[in-house]
Design a protein around this ligand. Structure first.
Ligand SMILES: [Zn+2]
Length: 169
């Protein structure tokens, strides 16, 4: 599972500039997706959480780097993974909400326990559904300086296809 580093300019150049292979899973691309890749919040930004969620959000958005990928190779495994995570996460979200509203509606001694359970299920559902987002599934992150797109746990087959493409040029 190599770390794959692609120049942002190559990713942004779109169709034909990336091999038609999924960088994460190494399977043939079934679709070229237009996605906006993002950088991870830098570790030092965490200190601003102390200043409140809004301040943290402002800092994170201010330092965030984005790369527009007009044709990102998306494979069948990407699609299956996203579908599976959403199929678990979204019903969990719904059940969590039901429990929470049920607890409020019931307004009895057991409401607090039920509400707490609802919140736990809601958080679990949010985490699973978020992992099914397009970006987490691709595993691609923009580097802190915005110059590269990186895929940790990338695919050897993608790297091979990339090098073959370069050799041809
Ligand atoms: Zn894939």
């Amino acid at each position: 599972m190599p770390v794959i580093t692609l120049p942002s300019a190559q990713v942004a150049a779109g169709a034909g500039h990336l091999p038609p292979v999924c960088p994460r899973h190494g399977d043939p691309a079934v679709e070229q997706r237009a996605i906006k890749l993002l950088s991870k919040p830098p570790a030092w930004a965490a200190i601003f959480i102390l200043g409140g969620g809004i301040l943290y959000l402002i800092i994170v958005l201010a330092v965030r780097k984005t790369v527009k990928a007009p044709a990102w190779p998306w494979c069948a495994t990407c699609g299956a993974q996203r579908k599976k995570l959403l199929a678990i996460g979204l019903p969990l979200l719904a059940v969590g909400l039901l429990l929470l509203f049920g607890a409020i509606a019931m307004n009895s001694d057991s409401s607090a326990v039920l509400a707490l359970l609802g919140i736990v299920v809601l958080i679990a559902g949010t985490i699973v559904a978020a992992r099914g987002g397009v970006l987490p599934v691709t595993g691609a992150l923009v580097s802190g300086d915005g110059r590269y797109v990186e895929i940790k746990n990338g695919s050897d087959r993608f790297l091979m296809a990339l090098h073959q493409g370069r050799a041809r040029v």
